[in-house]
Write a new protein. Structure first.
Lengths: 403, 369
């Protein structure tokens, strides 16, 4: 027993030593930036943009997409000589899409690395955990894809994507105004802030527009593989259209299982369904006719999108960027534009930058044409004004629906 | 003369007292060092932000060790009890934010509320399950953790002039115009006052340690250990097995609730998705790697295993890989007989060498003086 304890002590000491070394190396990499928000490289001013998103775990593909897109945009800006003589620098930390301490840890680490502007976080849960911290530090926060209304409750946080209530409302409006269907079933993830946020707004708007919700079925993070009960209920209640405010992985399962159950209603989704056609081992013919609201389609014909997709594919193993990546890319370009117009330099404190960016982004004459929308403008609430585009999947591609 | 009696007294200390006081002193020393470092501005915001979670995880690991190590039953629902404590205390704090203005009155009350609610759930679960022998507690607590998480993720609670509204859907809540939503389903709770601090966390951890050590060495604790070692023999001497099991399990739940309260008041938002199965398993990993029944080991394991992935952030994608390797290595080193003897012989030599070097230095310094 005594030996055992001795060994345990040794083992813990050894691991402690290992972590201590790791700690040292990270300190070296960021020495001079710890404890202050200014990080001035010699001879040249640098503005440090912090990014936070899941690089590991279930939602890793969103975080990786965003990280890649930000890096791409930052490199482009720097290659063009920077903004006002300032270079941009990206520091990105993994928050594992956690809704608590890990997200805050990632944020704190970014702060240690001299972050002056936060372009994150990617997921709503992490964002909610971080928003009050960034408010405390008065760091400008610009989230590419955290879409809940609560995210922008503080005046220092702005969204690039549209809010969940907006999407839910727009979906109900579209379905009602175009008379797509009147009897509607909903399958949503009650354990997910994004999904239930859209669902709540959809339900309210659907009631106002006279749509009949015949079946409201939920699932949770732990039961997202078998949807036969939800599908059977929608079928039995005679739903003509099934609204899916969920992510595409689950949607692909619902489509497959609906087909097996002999249930073929219309399907309608939000931006979470983007990516449906690129799932491996999924019969994409099932996705034919699925309608969705999305701000970005990778195979769109306009020049900016095509350039972005081409550059992204060239840089990252021929992967197709999703809308998260497009939002993040827009984010960097918007920031660059604001940094230029507000004369922001790298030696300003994060708080000063935040105030300048806030004035800049809400200015009446500021608008931005990007990949995910044209004429994007922001109000003081932090909401972006761009309208979701309705598309339908046709021959494996997105085709615009008349609005 | 005085010195001699004091010395004699320390020598007379019982081994368990010595053990517990060593742990208290270790924790206090770390606390004092961290406080000094942070007051002189030598702590990065990353480490600063980790201090409270470290206390939370340590408390969780110590409390789970009471059930797993001392009682010998497997519990997989520690995150569930933490969740109950977190939500109950957060609700209490938000509801009394305007009436109890003094933070140091409100926060201890909130912590107590969190602990008591978690303990109530512990007792409710324990009454039927702890009467059984076998792995049933593991099964039931696993289910409990999942149920609690999903209930809170689907729960909407609001308050208005007519009173409290509880619903499973935002629209069904029918709040009046003056109403405010407190729990909003998957979005969780917002606006929890930030009352937690490292000092509070340290005090709670110390209280947890004192409770645990004294409990283990008390009459009840000895009875519990007897049940673990041989329940039939224990029953035959006339001890009420269910009672002792229940007390231990309720204590575990209570302390987990306290940890939950500490956690929820450290962040302004609280979401149920955090309290999932993985968190329960993570805490169990702390207990197993720290040594089952070893309270000090639980604290050390909780601290190391929380720090490793954070300190390894500089190597990005490899950090999870390293983390799992560390887990495996620790497991092998602490369980494999051959690995143990290997280390004892080799590290024993190393230790001797290090000591020699230090001794030489000491004598050299003295000679210079």
């Amino acid at each position: 027993m005594k030996n055992f304890k001795r060994v345990l002590a040794m083992a813990t000491a050894a691991t402690m030593a290992v972590t201590a070394f790791a700690g040292c190396s990270s300190n070296n990499a960021t020495s001079g930036e710890v404890g202050g928000s200014t990080s001035v490289a010699e001879g040249e001013k640098t503005i440090v943009i912090g990014g936070s998103g899941p690089l590991t775990g279930d939602a890793a593909q969103y975080g990786v997409g965003v990280k890649n897109a930000i890096q791409l945009a930052v490199d482009e800006v720097n290659a063009a000589g920077g903004v006002n003589g300032n270079k941009l620098k990206l520091v990105f930390e993994d928050d594992e899409a956690d809704s608590g301490d890990k997200a805050v840890n990632a944020y704190n680490t970014l702060k240690d690395q001299g972050m002056q502007i936060l372009l994150g976080t990617v997921t709503t849960g992490s964002c909610l955990a971080v928003v009050d911290k960034s408010k405390q530090d008065n760091i400008f926060q610009f989230t590419p894809s955290a879409s809940a209304q609560d995210v922008i409750a503080n005046d220092n946080c702005f969204q690039i994507c549209f809010t969940d209530p907006n999407q839910g409302k727009a979906s109900a409006d579209y379905i009602a105004d175009n008379k797509v269907a009147t009897k509607i079933g909903v399958i949503y993830d009650s354990s997910d802030a994004y999904s239930s946020g859209i669902y709540n707004a959809f339900k309210t708007e659907a009631a106002a527009k006279g749509l009949e919700l015949v079946s409201e079925q939920s699932f949770t993070k732990d039961s997202k593989t078998d949807f036969s009960a939800q599908i059977a209920d929608c079928k039995n209640k005679g739903a003509e259209l099934v609204f899916l405010p969920i992510y595409y992985q689950q949607a692909s399962l619902i489509l497959t299982q609906s087909k097996n159950a002999g249930f073929a209603p219309k399907f309608f989704g939000c931006d979470g369904l983007d990516g449906l056609t690129s799932i491996k081992n999924f019969d994409t013919s099932l996705a034919e006719g699925v309608m969705l609201l999305t701000p970005f389609a990778a195979d769109s014909k306009d020049q900016a999108t095509q350039d972005f997709v081409k550059a992204y594919k060239a840089a990252y193993n021929d992967e197709t960027p999703n809308q998260f990546a497009a939002d993040a890319y827009d984010g960097v370009k918007i920031l660059a534009k604001l940094i230029e117009s507000q004369n922001i330099t790298g030696d300003m404190s994060a708080s000063d930058i935040c105030e300048k960016l806030k004035t800049g982004i809400t200015a009446a004459d500021f608008s931005y044409d990007g990949l995910t929308g044209t004429g994007m403008k922001w109000n003081a609430n932090g909401e972006v004004s761009k309208s979701p585009k309705a598309v339908v999947i046709k021959d494996g591609n997105y085709a615009a629906l008349d609005n | 003369m005085n010195n001699k009696t004091a010395l004699a007294k320390t020598k007379m200390l019982k081994p368990q007292t010595k053990k517990s006081f060593t742990t208290y002193i270790m924790v206090t020393v770390v606390f004092v060092i961290m406080m000094i470092l942070s007051s002189t501005g030598n702590v990065s915001s990353q480490i600063d932000g980790l201090l409270v979670p470290l206390c939370v995880y340590s408390i969780l690991a110590v409390s789970l060790n009471l059930t797993v190590g001392i009682l010998g039953e497997l519990s997989l629902g520690q995150a569930g009890f933490m969740c109950v404590g977190a939500y109950a205390s957060a609700l209490f704090s938000i509801a009394t934010k305007e009436t109890i203005l003094v933070e140091w009155v409100r926060f201890p009350l909130a912590i107590l509320v969190g602990g008591i609610f978690a303990a109530i759930f512990g007792i409710l679960i324990g009454i039927p399950v702890l009467r059984l022998n076998g792995d049933y507690l593991a099964i039931v607590t696993l289910a409990f953790g999942e149920i609690i998480k999903n209930v809170f993720a689907a729960l909407y609670v609001g308050i208005d002039s007519k009173g409290l509204h509880i619903a499973l859907n935002q629209a069904d809540m029918n709040l009046e115009a003056d109403g405010t939503e407190i729990i909003r389903g998957a979005l969780g709770v917002k606006g929890v006052p930030n009352d937690s601090s490292f000092v509070v966390g340290f005090i709670l951890l110390l209280i947890t340690l004192i409770i645990s050590y004294n409990y283990i060495n008390s009459r009840t604790g000895r009875a519990v250990k007897a049940i673990r070692d041989n329940s039939i023999a224990t029953e035959s001497v006339g001890l009420n097995i269910t009672k002792y099991k229940l007390i231990t399990f309720a204590l575990t739940a209570f302390l987990a609730g306290i940890a939950g309260a500490l956690y929820s008041h450290n962040y302004s938002t609280l979401q149920a998705s955090k309290f999932d199965y993985n968190l329960s398993i993570l805490i169990l990993v702390f207990v197993v790697l720290g040594g089952i029944g070893n309270i000090r080991g639980s604290v050390i394991a909780a601290i190391i295993l929380t720090l490793i992935p954070e300190l390894l952030r500089s190597i990005n994608s490899y950090r999870m890989l390293i983390y799992s390797i560390v887990l495996i290595v620790m497991m092998i080193l602490t369980s494999n007989e051959k690995a143990r003897t290997f280390i004892v012989t080799n590290f024993g030599k190393l230790k001797g060498m290090v000591l020699k070097i230090f001794k030489r230095k000491d004598t050299a310094e003295k000679e210079v003086k």
